[in-house]
Design a protein around this ligand. Structure first.
Ligand SMILES: Cc1ncc(COP(=O)(O)O)c(C=O)c1O
Length: 356
C-alpha cells in the first residue's frame, strides 16, 4: 500500500487533477470539421500511395535508410539542408520530448493558444505564464517579451490555434531576437496554409526550433509524422540523444517520403483549401449576429454569441462536428471550424444560414 503522504501519492494526485487534452469523439459518417485534417486530399489518393509504399518496406527490419530519405524529402520541401531536419511521431511527441529534456521551470505562451502545450507543461511541472492576446487577437509584444524573458521556454503558435492568425513577420523576428538563451519553440502546424514560415530563420539562431507536421496539409494525421527544423547542431543532438533510435515506423516513413515525392496534388489541395477559406469567410461575414476572425490556417474561429446553443444543435442534428470552444476571454460562444471540401463547407454554411 502507498503511504497517504508519500511523494508518489502526492504526485499521482497532482497529475490526476490536471487539465488534459480530450480526444475528439468518433461520430460515424459525420462531416468532420473539428480536427483540422485535410479532406480536400482524397482518401483514394492517400490509400493508394500507402499501398504502393507498403510494397517496398520490410517490416521485419528496424527502419534505417528510410529515415534519411524522409529527412531529404522534408528538407527539399522546406528549402533547408537535410541535416537541419529531425522527425518524431507527430509534433505532439516532439513537444513531449522537448519538454521532458529542455523544458526548464517556466514557460511563456500567449493565450488563447494550443491547449495541449499548456497541459503538457503542467504535467511536467513547468509553470506557464499566459499573456492574453488583445481582443482582436493581436499580440501585446511588450507584455509578451517581458514575461518571456523570465522563462526558460517560449512557445509561439504560428498560425495560432484556435484563433487562426499569424502575427506580423518582422514583429516575430524582433521577439525571437530579444529572447536569446531561451528555447523558442515555434509551432507551425498550419504554416502550409499561411503566408510565411520562420523555418529558415531558425537555422541562423542557436535557440530556435520550428515544429511542423504532415498531419494537416499533407493529410497524414493517422501516420503520425511531425518534424523539426533547427540549426544543425541542435538537430544533431535531437536525432542522436533526445529522440529515441527509431522515432516512427518504416511504413509511416515510406508513406511520408512517397507523398513528398508527389507534391503536386498536395499543393493543389492547399490552394483549394485557401480559396474555400476565403469563400467561407465572405459568406459568414454577411451574417450580422456572428463574428468571424481572419485566418491564415485551414480553420476559422467564429464567435456565435447567443446563437451558440442553436447552432451547436443544428450542426449536431445534421451530423456536422466542429470544435466547440465556448467562451474565450470576452468572446462568447466560440467554435473552431475546419475548412473542408466545397461540399462539406456548403453543408456547414447552409446550417448556419438557416439557423440565424
Ligand atoms: C498547433 C498544433 N500543434 C501541434 C498539433 C499536433 O499535431 P500532430 O498531429 O503532428 O501531433 C496540432 C494538432 O491539432 C496543433 O493544432
Amino acid at each position: 500500500m502507498r503511504k497517504k503522504n508519500s511523494w508518489l501519492n502526492n504526485e499521482i494526485n497532482r497529475i490526476a487533477w490536471l487539465d488534459h487534452y480530450t480526444k475528439p469523439e468518433k461520430v460515424e459518417g459525420a462531416i468532420k470539421l473539428d480536427s483540422n485534417e485535410n479532406f480536400a486530399l482524397s482518401k483514394d489518393f492517400v490509400t493508394s500511395m500507402a499501398f504502393e509504399a507498403a510494397k517496398h518496406v520490410d517490416l521485419r527490419e528496424y527502419p534505417l535508410d528510410q529515415v534519411g530519405d524522409l529527412y531529404a524529402g522534408l528538407a527539399k520541401y522546406v528549402g533547408v539542408r537535410a541535416e537541419c531536419v529531425g522527425i518524431g511521431s507527430g509534433s505532439d511527441q516532439i513537444i513531449e520530448l522537448l519538454l521532458s529534456t529542455l523544458g526548464g521551470r517556466h514557460a511563456t505562451v500567449f493565450s488563447p493558444t494550443f491547449s495541449y502545450f499548456i497541459n503538457r507543461c503542467e504535467l511536467h511541472g513547468i509553470k506557464v505564464y499566459q499573456v492574453p492576446l488583445e481582443p482582436n487577437f493581436t499580440l501585446d509584444k511588450k507584455a509578451f517579451v517581458k514575461a518571456a524573458k523570465k522563462s526558460d521556454l517560449v512557445y509561439i503558435c504560428s498560425p495560432n490555434n484556435p484563433t487562426g492568425n499569424q502575427f506580423d513577420r518582422q514583429e516575430m523576428i524582433e521577439i525571437i531576437d530579444s529572447l536569446e538563451n531561451r528555447l523558442v519553440l515555434i509551432d507551425e502546424a498550419y504554416v502550409d496554409f499561411a503566408d510565411y514560415s520562420l523555418s529558415r530563420d531558425a537555422l541562423k539562431r542557436n535557440n530556435v526550433v520550428v515544429l511542423r507536421t504532415l498531419s494537416k496539409a499533407f493529410g497524414l494525421a493517422g501516420a503520425r509524422i511531425g518534424y523539426i527544423v533547427s540549426n544543425k547542431e541542435f538537430v544533431k543532438l535531437f536525432r542522436s540523444i533526445i529522440q529515441s533510435p527509431y522515432p516512427i515506423s518504416t511504413l509511416s516513413l515510406a508513406i511520408a517520403s512517397a507523398i513528398l515525392a508527389d507534391m503536386e496534388h498536395v499543393k493543389h489541395t492547399i490552394r483549394s483549401v485557401k480559396s474555400e477559406r476565403e469563400r467561407v469567410f465572405t459568406r459568414l461575414s454577411k451574417i450580422d449576429s456572428i463574428k468571424i476572425f481572419r485566418s491564415d490556417a485551414n480553420f476559422i474561429l467564429i464567435e456565435t454569441g447567443k446563437n451558440y446553443q442553436a447552432i451547436s444543435k443544428i450542426l449536431h442534428s445534421n451530423g456536422i462536428v466542429v470544435k466547440l470552444l465556448g467562451n474565450i476571454a470576452n468572446h462568447k460562444g466560440c467554435m473552431r471550424v475546419t475548412i473542408g471540401t466545397q461540399e462539406m463547407n456548403d453543408k456547414y454554411l447552409k446550417c448556419i444560414e438557416q439557423t440565424i
